[in-house]
Design a protein around this ligand. Structure first.
Ligand code: ATP
Ligand code: MG
Length: 345
């Protein structure tokens, strides 16, 4: 598909360049031919006048003997040579622009091609993830519908299982929507000056129920700082990091959220004492749908591998960076660096 688009774009480039080049060459040809005639006429006139001045007083020779008009064959030959030169130049331009056009068309289409490939990958990943809960939902309903002796207690169990799958589907679609939303709204988000402490409080409040269920202590160790950003997006970012920290930590452990200034950056860190991440998984954890085996094996730690991908998009939309440090069995620290707003600025 992209090859034919590339060829079509090259043809359009060529058509435009050749149109300009042909009009330019025809103009040169016409101007040069007229100039040639004008030059011959001027030269004849000058020689004629000089001759007449020399002959003043003596009888005039017949006019046609003064100077013959320019040889039409010579004129044709000169014009022909000009035409050939212009044709050769146009041939060169055609060859050069075909090569350049093909190269430039490739360069122009490359980002579009990459974007389309990325979109296709996203659609196929998302469909794949949506298919699994839908298939198990469908299978459970079909099996139970076939059972003629189904009791009300069994129906209730089935419905609660279905509800579990529907909840998973809902959280997956919400995450997918967030991912596409942050992808689209990079540079378009409403930014305001915010209090980091207030943002962290909101995020901690959202995670508190999950943390208390696991008896994980959430410690907020940050002085108030001003940051520029989108409130909902930043709360979401901290919720994602805190959710992971709690999810991948043992019971009764501690999760710390802190912030410090380094150079012109405000570095927010979320640190846990959880299962940690293997070295070979570290480069991929910000990729969409990536889950380390240790996370998959951990009972009760369900997920789709979208949280950190969303966190990365939010950080990038705030002109920041996100990084991870982790030791398997000891814990994980995720750091988000955002441009700092100094007092008075
Ligand atoms: P989701 O966030 O979509 O519910 P998830 O938590 O598995 O699912 P991410 O938040 O994107 O997905 O994290 C990707 C992977 O990185 C996780 O599956 C896990 O393997 C690893 N990971 C992330 N945070 C931590 C952490 N604090 N401790 C240990 N592993 C982590
Ligand atoms: Mg997560």
């Amino acid at each position: 598909m992209f090859n034919s688009a590339r060829l079509k774009l090259t043809a359009w480039y060529l058509l435009m360049i050749m149109l300009v080049s042909t009009v330019f060459s025809l103009t040169i040809y016409r101007v040069e031919a007229t100039e040639l005639e004008r030059f011959a006429r001027a030269q004849r006139f000058r020689i004629e006048r000089r001759y007449l001045e020399n002959q003043r007083g003596s009888p005039l020779p017949p006019r046609q003997n003064l100077l013959p008009p320019p040889d039409p064959e010579l004129v044709n030959e000169t014009e022909g040579r000009l035409l050939l030169t212009l044709l050769a130049i146009n041939g060169g331009i055609l060859l050069f622009s075909a090569g350049m056009g093909y190269f430039l068309a490739g360069r122009t289409l490359k980002p579009i091609q990459e974007m389309m490939e990325e979109q296709n990958r996203f659609i196929s990943d998302a469909s794949h993830e949506l298919k699994t809960p839908l298939t198990s939902l469908k299978a459970a309903i079909e099996v139970n519908l076939r059972d003629k002796n189904l009791r009300i207690a069994e129906v209730k169990t089935l419905l609660s299982q279905n509800l579990g799958e529907v909840n998973k589907l809902q959280s997956l679609t919400e995450s997918l929507l967030q991912l596409t939303r942050y992808q689209k709204t990079v540079n378009k988000m409403q930014f305001e000056i915010l209090s980091l402490s207030a943002i962290a409080n909101e995020a901690v409040k959202k995670i508190a129920p999950i943390a208390s269920e696991k008896r994980v202590t959430l410690r907020k160790e940050l002085a108030d700082r001003k940051i520029s950003g989108n409130k909902d997006a930043l709360i979401n970012l901290l919720v994602i990091l805190l959710d992971n920290a709690v999810k991948y930590s043992p019971e009764k452990s501690v999760v710390r959220i802190s912030a410090r200034e380094i150079d012109h950056l405000l570095v927010i860190t979320v640190k846990d004492q959880g299962i940690g991440i293997n070295k070979e998984d570290l480069p991929y954890i910000f990729d969409r749908f990536y889950r380390a085996d240790s996370a998959r094996q951990k009972s009760g730690a369900g997920g789709y591998g979208l949280g950190l991908a969303i966190a990365k998009k939010i950080t990038e939309s705030h002109h920041g960076t996100i990084s991870v440090q982790s030791q398997p069995g000891e814990g994980t620290t995720i750091s988000v660096s955002l441009p700092l707003i100094r007092a008075g600025s």
